[in-house]
Write a protein that binds this ligand. Structure first.
Ligand SMILES: NC(=O)c1ccc[n+]([C@@H]2O[C@H](COP(=O)([O-])OP(=O)(O)OC[C@H]3O[C@@H](n4cnc5c(N)ncnc54)[C@H](OP(=O)(O)O)[C@@H]3O)[C@@H](O)[C@H]2O)c1
Length: 248
C-alpha cells in the first residue's frame, strides 16, 4: 500500500492528499508543491490527456485518477482506484472548477447554473462520499474546499463586486459550496475531521478575473503552508491562506 520512507531506521508513513482538477491551473501547482514536500498525491483529472501529462512529468508518488466530478460515477471510480493504493487519505482538496459567463437574469440558463452547481457543490459531495472512510483512517484528516471571494454572501451583500459582471452561476455555486462546508463541519468535526473553505487568491489561470494579480504557484504554496499545519481542533474557517480571513 503506497510507498513509505525510512528515516534513521524508523518508517515514516507518507501523508496522502487527493486533489481534484490536478492537471492545470491551481490544482497542478498544488500537485507539485505536495510532491515536493514528500506526499503521495492522488490527482483527479477528467481526461486521459490530463492523466498522461501528470504521468509523464511525475514518475513517483503521483497517481492520476480519471473521473468527472460532475457525475455520480466519479464516486465509484475514485473510491475503487484509491483502494488499489491506499486505505488512508489525510487531506482532500476540492479544487476542480469551471467558470460561467451570464450575469443578467434574462440571459442566465438553468443549464449553466445546474452545470456549475454539479461541479462546485455536488462535486464536493461526491469526493467526500468517495473518501470519507479513508479520511477516518488518518490521524489528522482535513477537507479543504476551494471556494472564492465571490461565494461570500457578506461581500456580495456589501456591494463589493457590484457592476463587475461576475456570473450568477459561479457566485451561487460557490455560496452553495460554502454552506456545504459549514454543514460538513457540523457533522464531521466531532468525528475528528477538519473542514475549511478557501479563497486561493486572484490567480492568473484560465479562470482569471480581470483583477488577477497572483501566480498560481504562489497561491498553491500558501495553501500548502497553511493546510499542513492545521489540526482538527481548529475552527471551521473561510480564509485566503496566509493572507486574511473572509466573512462567510
Ligand atoms: N483563478 C482564480 O483567480 C480563482 C479565484 C477564486 C477561486 N478559484 C477556484 O480555484 C479552483 C481552481 O481554479 P483555476 O483557476 O486553477 O482554474 P483552471 O485553471 O480553469 O483549472 C480548473 C481545473 O478543474 C478541472 N475540472 C473542471 N471540471 C472538472 C470536472 N467536472 N471533473 C474533474 N475536473 C474538472 C479542470 O480540468 P480540465 O483541464 O479537464 O478542464 C482543471 O484541471 C476552482 O475551484 C476555482 O473556482 C479560482
Amino acid at each position: 500500500m503506497g510507498i513509505n520512507i525510512k528515516i534513521m531506521g524508523v518508517e515514516k508513513i507518507k501523508e496522502k492528499v487527493l486533489i481534484t482538477g490536478g492537471n492545470r491551473g491551481l490544482g497542478y501547482e498544488l500537485v507539485k508543491v505536495f510532491l515536493r514536500n514528500g506526499y503521495e498525491v492522488f490527482a483527479v483529472v477528467r481526461s486521459i490527456e490530463g492523466k498522461g501529462k501528470l504521468e509523464k512529468e511525475f514518475k513517483e508518488n503521483c497517481y492520476p485518477i480519471v473521473a468527472d466530478i460532475s457525475s455520480d460515477d466519479s464516486i465509484k471510480i475514485i473510491k475503487s482506484t484509491l483502494t488499489k493504493y491506499t486505505d488512508q487519505i489525510d487531506i482532500l482538496i476540492n479544487n476542480a472548477g469551471i467558470t460561467a459567463k451570464e450575469h443578467e437574469i434574462m440571459k442566465v440558463t438553468t443549464n449553466e447554473m445546474s452545470n456549475l452547481f454539479h461541479i462546485h457543490c455536488l462535486g464536493v459531495v461526491r469526493t467526500v462520499q468517495a473518501t470519507l472512510e479513508m479520511l477516518y483512517n488518518s490521524k489528522n484528516p482535513r477537507i479543504i474546499n476551494v471556494s472564492s471571494r465571490l461565494g461570500s454572501l457578506t461581500k456580495m451583500a456589501s456591494g463589493e463586486f457590484k457592476g463587475r459582471n461576475f456570473s450568477y452561476s459561479y457566485r451561487i455555486a460557490k455560496a452553495a459550496q460554502n454552506m456545504l462546508t459549514i454543514c460538513l463541519d457540523q457533522e464531521l468535526r466531532d468525528k475528528g475531521i477538519y473542514l475549511g473553505a478557501i479563497h486561493p487568491g486572484k490567480l492568473k489561470t484560465n479562470m482569471a478575473a480581470s483583477d488577477a494579480d497572483m501566480n498560481p504557484s504562489e497561491g498553491a504554496n500558501n495553501i500548502y503552508n497553511w493546510v499542513s499545519s492545521l489540526k482538527v481542533k481548529d475552527r471551521v474557517e473561510f480564509v485566503q491562506p496566509l493572507v486574511n480571513e473572509l466573512e462567510w
